[in-house]
Write a protein that binds this ligand. Structure first.
Ligand code: SF4
Length: 336
């Protein structure tokens, strides 16, 4: 990547201080960059820190959660240093977020029109223009009869339409970066597909970047240029999507890829990942994946592996990178 990144996150730590005895290490030593116009994905099991990372970017962490250290540079400016007021203006205008549950973002007692036009700071005092712009946004996200539907309340919309309305509201201020946290998980497969295509199209049309959080490798394969695999609050592997699916270099990534049905393994027995992710309030000193890793050796229980760059842009956190399997996956297997 020759241009400087739009977003650069360096050594981010975010923990929940439940009590002096219980500290949940939700995000630890997370570093990554997002470039203009690309979709960057976070993938991993529930509770691995991907949503917590995403919320930290917008400083949406509530006590007892706290960002302890790190830098979040957006166009070179560290947003952790912004005042609360400046941060409020930053949200939406520069970075917007869409959630799994649209009703967490939409106000149930406000008409859709008001929810969208409220965020149009750059059109203020021009009511007609804001209304036209909001109708256009609803049309772009595929809501039929937008001139009529804009006068309705969220409960009058179906789940898929609420998701579209939330996307329209998030895109209204033309953010440079859209954070999408499990945007399709609560939807049925047909609507899921439409929302994926919609976000991809809007990303290209509006020339914005997207950070996608998901546990669904099929969605990642369809949407992301690059991605990070997270486990126990840390990035385990990070590379471009094609490489991750065809030449992964971390045992947790092998396990994830081997546990889901694809065209290639149709009819074969899937291999679920045995065991459960660790308790983030009680992490052992070594590699957090050790209890579930079939390559583990004694050093894995003693020392946390550093994340290392294997070749430009491909990072992995494992003591035994030379043990990489020849993995015969291809990305097309997952794009269904
Ligand atoms: Fe497995 Fe050890 Fe690598 Fe961790 S460091 S992923 S336990 S081989």
């Amino acid at each position: 990547m020759s241009n400087p990144p739009l977003l650069e996150v360096k050594n981010l730590y975010m923990h929940y201080h439940i009590s002096d005895q219980e500290i949940v290490k939700a995000v630890s030593d997370v570093s990554f960059s997002v470039y203009e116009g690309e979709t960057f994905g976070f993938v991993g099991e529930s509770g691995c820190g991907k949503s917590a990372t995403c919320r930290s970017l917008l400083r949406l962490i509530k006590p007892p959660g706290e960002i302890l250290s790190g830098e979040i540079l957006y166009k070179g400016q560290d947003i952790l240093k912004l005042s609360p007021r400046a941060m409020q203006q930053f949200r939406g205008r520069q970075m917007s977020m869409i959630f799994q549950e649209p009703m967490t973002a939409l106000n149930p007692v406000m008409k859709i029109r008001d929810q969208i036009t409220d965020a149009l700071y750059f059109l203020k005092n021009r009511k007609t223009e804001a209304n036209e712009y909001a109708v256009d946004l609803l049309r772009r996200v595929g809501i039929p009869l937008p001139e009529e539907r804009i006068k309705e309340y969220p409960h009058q919309f179906s789940g898929g339409m609420q998701q579209r309305a939330m996307i329209a509201s998030a895109l209204g201020p033309k953010p440079g970066l859209l954070l999408a946290d499990e945007p399709t998980t609560a939807l049925d497969v047909t609507i899921q597909d439409q929302i994926i295509k919609l976000i991809n199209n809007l990303r290209d049309e509006l020339k914005m970047s997207v950070i996608l959080v998901t546990h669904d490798l099929g969605v990642v394969a369809q949407m992301c240029d690059r991605l990070a695999v997270m486990y126990a609050g840390r990035i385990m592997e990070m590379t471009d999507t094609v490489t991750l699916f065809s030449k992964p270099r971390h045992p947790y990534t092998y396990a994830l890829l081997g546990s889901i049905p694809t065209r290639a393994n149709r009819g074969k027995k899937l291999e679920p990942i045995t065991g459960a992710p660790p308790n983030l309030a009680n992490l052992d000193p070594g590699c957090p994946f050790k209890p579930r890793c079939r390559y583990a050796e004694s050093v894995c229980g003693e020392e946390l592996p550093e994340i290392r760059e294997l070749k430009p842009g491909h990072w992995s956190r494992c003591h035994f990178l030379d043990k990489a399997e020849s993995f015969q996956g291809v990305i097309e297997d997952y794009q269904q």
